[in-house]
Every structure is written in C-alpha cells, then in structure tokens.
Design a protein around this ligand. Structure first.
Ligand SMILES: [Cu+2]
Length: 258
C-alpha cells in the first residue's frame, strides 16, 4: 500500500472515530460545557453623580395593526412542556400600545453611578426561558438554572459566535457565565426549538427594560447631551437625542410606526 493511500485511509478512520466520539457520547455521560470569554469592554468609571437627572417615558406601538406572535408546535417532552403550541412572545403590547420588553439605554456614558453587580438568573421552566429579556452591566454573572426534570441545552450566541452552551439533565442543574464584554446575546435551547431569550449586556448602568405598560425610567444620570437607544427583539432599534438637565425629569417616548 502506498503511503498516500495509507494516509487517506488513516484520516478517514480517525474522522469516523471522532464523529462517533461526539455523536455517540452525547447521550451518555458526556456533558459539554463551554464558556467563551467575551472581549474586554472599555472601562466605565464609577464617580459620584451630583444633581443627576432622570429620563422616563414609554415605548409605544402606533401602527394600525399589531404584529402577531408565532405559534410553535410542542413536539417534545409534552409531559413537562405541555400539549399543543407555545406562543413565541415577541410582541407583548398593552391596549394603550405600550410595548413590553424593550431595552432603553444611554450610549457612551463614561462615568456615573455604579454598574450593577448582582448576579442575574435565567430559568428554564416548563420549557420556557424566564425572563424573556435581561438587561445587565458588563462584568455581571448569569446563572442558567434548569427548573425542569428533563434535559435542556441552553446556548448563547453573540455576533454568530457561541458564547456558552450548557447541557443540563435535571432539575436544579446550574451553570454560570460571566459577561466580560458588551452585546446582545440570543439564547435558545438546542432541544426545544421554541425556547428563546435575550441578554443585553451594556457598558454603563443607564438602562431600563420596559414593563407591561411600555414604561421605562433611568435615574441618576450625569447632566449632559446623550444618544438614547431603544432595542426590541421584534421591532429593532430606534435612536434619539436627549438632553439631561441637573435634577430634572426629561420625558421621552419612542413611537413605533407599524
Ligand atoms: Cu429546552
């Protein structure tokens, strides 16, 4: 046998063995845990805020027809996940048009009140992620908890790059990821296709997630002119210019035309 033939046969055998290792190992004891470290964000400085201002307002849907949420069939683990369909809750809009789960944040604030340090928690419960939207500061840790007695495989993707992958087989299983850079991380489960959540990691603490009335409030902002952004998983982004005056409340609404 020529050397070339031998090398070809050997490489085929090796890749076959590797494939078996990955596919075959998956359902046994192999629990693949992978956490990629984010790139370092620039340093935000904590500094006392004298006579800070507030921005508050609403994210409102002003279109003529409210967008509909998709129904996703439950095709696995029905005894825990339920029968029939899960509604993918992208658009939660109140009667008055208030949009829930939009993240409103100020860009490029270099210093001010401390970044939140508290660990955030993402539950997998009845085959849904709870909460749907998390906004947090760079450097915080998120605990991903399995509250179901079935296997979930939560994975987070940022700019097409896998950030973490946690395969958890039973209730109580917990894994953690620390966000060392900024970005919007989309989280899905490899086993239950309808499961989805988002984590918005920001480099300053001036952010807010809208409640069921579409309301947001950001406090203790150093006076100045800023760009303020609204991000929503379905509607996308909107940007506004705003001036924060010492000790004053600035009212600001984001209006989404349908
Ligand atoms: Cu799952």
């Amino acid at each position: 046998m020529s050397r070339l033939k031998f090398a070809i046969i050997l490489s085929v055998l090796v890749s076959f063995a590797l494939t078996l290792l990955f596919i075959g190992g998956e359902e046994k004891s192999f629990n693949f845990k992978y956490v990629k470290i984010f790139e370092q964000a620039y340093a935000y400085q904590t500094a006392p805020v004298k006579n800070g201002g507030t921005i508050e307002g609403l994210v409102l849907f002003k279109g003529s027809k409210k967008p509909k949420n998709k129904k996703m069939p439950i095709i696995k683990d029905q005894e825990v996940c339920g029968e029939g369909f899960k509604v993918d809750p992208v658009y939660i809009i109140s009667k008055q048009g208030g949009v829930k789960n939009a993240v409103v944040y100020i860009e490029n604030v270099k210093s001010g009140k401390p970044l939140p340090k508290k660990e955030v928690k993402l539950l997998q419960e009845k085959c849904e992620f709870k909460p749907r939207i998390i906004a947090t500061g760079v450097g915080t840790t998120m605990a991903v908890v399995n509250n179901d007695n079935i296997t979930h495989e939560a994975n987070g993707v940022l700019n097409f790059i896998l950030v973490f992958l946690f395969k958890q087989h039973k209730k109580g299983d917990t894994d953690k990821v620390t966000f060392k850079g900024t970005g919007i991380v989309e989280i899905t489960c490899n086993i239950h296709s309808w499961m989805r959540a988002w984590v918005v990691v920001l480099d300053n603490p001036y952010f807010s997630v809208t409640d069921s009335n579409g309301r947001f409030k950001i406090t203790d902002i150093p006076p100045g002119k800023y760009r303020i952004k609204m991000w929503h998983e379905g509607f996308g982004e909107m940007v506004k210019e705003v001036e924060v005056k010492p000790g004053k409340v600035t009212k600001l609404n984001f209006e989404i035309k349908g």
